[in-house]
Write a protein that binds this ligand. Sequence first.
Ligand code: FAD
Length: 463
Amino acid sequence: MVGKTIGKQAVVIGASMAGLAAARALADHFERVIVLERDRLPEQAVPRAGTAQSRHLHVLLPGGQRALTDLFPYFERDLANAGAVLLRMSRDVRLEIPGLGPLPSRDFGWFLYCASRPLIELITRRQAERVTNLTIRPQCRVLEITATPDGTMVTGVIYEDADGRQETLAADLVVDASGRAAPTLALLRSSGQPAPDEIVIGVDLHYTTTTFVIPQDASTDWGGVATHPHAPERSRGGYLMPFEGNRWIVTLTGRLGECPPAEPDGFMDYARRLESQTLYNAIAHAERLGGFERYAYPASVWRRFDRLSTFPRGLLPVGDSICRFNPVYGQGMSVAAQEARLLNQLLKGRATKPDPLAGLALAFFSESLPLVEAPWNMSAVPDLVYPETRGERPADFENRLKYNRALIRTAMHDAAVHRLLAEVQQLLKPPSVLQDPAVDRLVQLELFQMRAEEHCLARHSFG
Ligand SMILES: Cc1cc2nc3c(=O)[nH]c(=O)nc-3n(C[C@H](O)[C@H](O)[C@H](O)COP(=O)(O)OP(=O)(O)OC[C@H]3O[C@@H](n4cnc5c(N)ncnc54)[C@H](O)[C@@H]3O)c2cc1C
């Protein structure tokens, strides 16, 4: 604990990535932090029921990795010691863009720690367990958030323990990291307070995942592959990454009714019909380890807590409870970690106020807005390219798509632009860095070139 505490006890609902990171931030400012998790928490890096997504490929973007290391200084070291595979993201991960080919392999100097989602969570949990005033209580399901009769001031939670006993826990601050914000929304509803608007992008995305032993003759040209779909004509995507134990995790994706098969022949056939043969060739003769796991992801949801003008004192939703991003872009864990780092800074700045918790949630929603908005825009705009995707298209949608395409084309031949683009996509820098006039000039040239190519194509098709 550092400096003055601003409360006796904080309670966190959920011991997944957002809950653990937030708990670490709170431990600097409260005498005690208690994390309540409904699942039994495994001693090994294995999936658990409360995080069904943990059976699928997870990439921890460098921006999130840095935030986790700021919160837990030994995070990277311990993840590497536990077997994470270190890659240089833009050099070693082959990003295949339909119609353009792979982005050139360039080393920008930062590492990607490739590990299974259960290992990332286990290592994070082990770090949290070392924090002396932080306790994780597994098999404790929160039933409701308690508050004053008008619901404007939260007093704690009621939970059910492993023996089915109901307990009440007092808290100065309750952080809802339950993934769907169900306890928060229930409190708002029951006390007649306004609920946040929800922006929903219906993507109807399907994941099928399995794992392989990395063959001895695996390509040394790349360490991981992302073969993006040829949108909007086709939705088949394929992603392969190494993880602990000399293994590859391979996730195939499809959208809007296209569902990658969960049996050997169908899976391989689907991989063969991706936009490039890189992934298929890699796994064609590799030894498959497990069965096939499926995940259906109907929609991305952003709860606009930032638009509310009132919010109960002593309550704060974080992570997926605020925003569930399309998982294909690998942003959720990173945004949760960055939010926790911001929460720590915010609490530090408020410690000397007479009532540091008054208005905390609204301040947090407003200051964390850029952390959510940037990745949301990066994933929502490309998702809307499919005509069947449900959601409101921005007025300048077509222009944005063309601009993004021109930006990627610029990055293909300009290493400095590639670096900036990678920094933004990997959540190391805000998108505003791409508004640099020098970058814009290059992109405008590329747009001009694209128009010339379209014109040429149109003339040819008229014979
Ligand atoms: C298929 C898929 C792939 C993904 N891939 C990536 C990726 O590559 N990179 C990335 O960064 N992110 C990825 N994500 C997103 C990432 O998993 C989440 O953003 C991340 O786990 C943070 O979520 P969270 O902690 O807010 O919520 P969750 O992970 O949903 O965890 C919520 C926790 O709260 C517990 N809980 C719920 N209700 C209660 C209750 N009443 N009482 C007590 N405990 C409760 C649950 O058991 C669980 O442990 C992916 C998601 C999916 C679905």
